[in-house]
Design a protein around this ligand. Sequence first.
Ligand SMILES: Cc1cc2nc3c(=O)[nH]c(=O)nc-3n(C[C@H](O)[C@H](O)[C@H](O)COP(=O)(O)O)c2cc1C
Ligand code: SF4
Ligand code: SF4
Length: 255
Amino acid sequence: MILYFSGTGNSRWVAQQLAAVSKERVYDLAGLFLSDVYELEKGEPLGFVFPVHAWGPPEMVMRCISQLKLSSAPDYVYFVCTCGDDTGKTEELFCKVVARRGWRCEAGFSIVMPNTYVCLPGFDVDAETVEKEKCGKAKERLALVEERVFWKKHGFDCKEGRMPWLKTYVLRPLFIRFLMSAKAFHVTDACISCGECGKVCPVHNIRMISGRPLWGDDCTMCLACYHHCPKHAVAYGRQTAKKGQYIFHKESVGR
Ligand SMILES: Cc1cc2nc3c(=O)[nH]c(=O)nc-3n(C[C@H](O)[C@H](O)[C@H](O)COP(=O)(O)O)c2cc1C
Ligand code: SF4
Ligand code: SF4
């Protein structure tokens, strides 16, 4: 069974490709009912695929692992995270939350893909050439990950980057405290009231009021609303007016 979370499609693509090769079931974890018990056959692998958010797994992935009810304990847990640059100590945080369930994470991989974070100065989507290059390399990397997971190999291969400890254990808590809120989202006059931002929000945090989106308090900062808006009318404070948008397209990877 593969459970994925994705804001702009990178991780969804990875999860679907993995599922196609391994013939496993794949679920969007934003749509799971955490009060239900999910069937896991003896020996069936349990994989999590998600984007790196502030050098760790998204809060909602951690919550899902803590609350997920399975019919039997998994004997092979693994993760694949997608990131724009580097993962920091994502592996460590993921393994810890899995261990709290009494399970063991046996393998983990990162795949560098186009960046989606745009809410701070100096952060933007990648240039088209960089996007193309990343997608080409991601396809090759995924083939390697597919093979390792198919044979239930053990071991971790994540691109931690420089100063991973500082990023995950010092910057990440600050990021979560001050930058994980939907309060700075607003809509510009370019809005055509199409409702797309609300439709793509994985946690249903956006309501349309008098033809305009209104953000609630339950935001995971996946930025799906920002990147999917056809008019670039979703803004985050004053940071995003001149920033680009990105959504994963199969054509970028040719499969
Ligand atoms: C809130 C947020 C935080 C992010 N933090 C990181 C990070 O710490 N390191 C990194 O390399 N990429 C980071 N990214 C980029 C994403 O991990 C990357 O683009 C990922 O492939 C997006 O996956 P998705 O399309 O499945 O949502 C971040 C993106 C968002 C929206
Ligand atoms: S997606 Fe953009 S244009 Fe459509 S309702 Fe949302 S903000 Fe308005
Ligand atoms: S409000 Fe926007 S950023 Fe927050 S969870 Fe929904 S789609 Fe993602």
